[in-house]
Design a protein around this ligand. Structure first.
Ligand SMILES: Nc1ncnc2c1ncn2[C@@H]1O[C@H](COP(=O)(O)OP(=O)(O)O)[C@@H](O)[C@H]1O
Ligand SMILES: [Mg+2]
Length: 249
């Protein structure tokens, strides 16, 4: 009986995790189309220019070489975006918690978010000094960070000043903190104790599922870490801290 209960709990948790992973992707879908459209426009532009020059007999090999280099870097950018999406959407095969590069995950996330944030007029700043190894599993860690950043973006969307920052702060005792701050309306003390509850949301249906923080917290705890909301100063935005254990490769 005990074992069955436990199995059911694990199954439920896995189903919820996968629902939340897909909903984080859904929240990003519009943005991702935008991320891909920009390099596509660049590629189209350079290809048209090359074709035009060739048809007028004006093309030099140097011109073509230069333009094709730009085309290739656009293609590379798209393929990076697609790969990041794929690694997020995929059911993680290996949920093993192991020492992994935090910088690599942050690079991927930056690729997924940068253009979308910029196009929404959001100034986003990543402050990461040095290389960091954390104990985690890459898909789960991306999911936590994307949930925090999606929440931050939704929070600043109606604010006059739209700022988000992500800062990595190593601490003593094999601990590292990732601070995600935004300039939105913050979390009122009335609901601050509830935001980690599953299905708690203050958003319109379709905008939020209320699963982001609860599942992110569950994943963080699985990593031996934790997410906390720092007490908000009235008038300033939300400030979340993800605490992780560091490791060695
Ligand atoms: N950065 C933030 N600024 C303001 N409120 C936030 C922020 N992040 C989370 N919240 C609050 O916590 C609630 C729960 O967040 P979450 O679990 O991600 O679910 P959802 O985003 O689907 O509502 C949100 O509905 C919102 O009220
Ligand atoms: Mg959310």
């Amino acid at each position: 009986m005990m074992t069955e209960d436990l199995t059911a709990t694990i199954e439920t948790r896995e189903r919820l995790e996968s629902a939340s992973r897909l909903s984080a992707l859904g929240e990003m879908a519009g943005g991702i189309a935008h991320e891909i459209n920009n390099p596509l426009a660049v590629i189209t532009g350079f290809c048209e220019r090359v074709r035009d020059r060739i048809s007028k007999g004006l093309a030099t090999l140097e011109d073509i070489d230069r333009d094709m280099t730009r085309v290739l870097s656009g293609v590379e950018r798209i393929s990076k975006i697609v790969n990041s999406m794929r690694s997020l959407a995929r059911e993680p095969q290996n949920k093993e918690i192991r020492p992994m590069s935090l910088n690599k995950v942050l690079d991927e996330i930056r690729d997924l978010c940068w253009e979308r944030f910029r196009s929404h007029g959001v100034a986003i700043e990543f402050q990461i000094d040095g290389e960091h190894i954390v104990l985690a599993e890459p898909t789960g860690l991306s999911q936590i960070l994307i949930n925090l950043l999606n929440n931050a973006q939704q929070a600043v969307s109606t604010a006059k000043e739209k700022r988000i920052s992500l800062q990595v702060i190593p601490k003593n005792g094999d601990i590292l903190e990732i601070h995600v701050k935004d300039s939105g309306s913050g979390v009122s003390s009335k609901i601050s104790t509830r935001i980690f509850e599953p299905f708690f949301t203050t958003k319109e249906p379709g905008q939020g599922t209320g699963l982001g923080l609860s599942l992110s917290q569950a994943i963080a705890i699985r990593f031996g870490g934790q997410i906390r909301l720092l007490e908000s100063v009235p008038g300033s935005g939300a400030h979340f801290v993800l605490k992780l254990r560091t490791g060695k490769m």
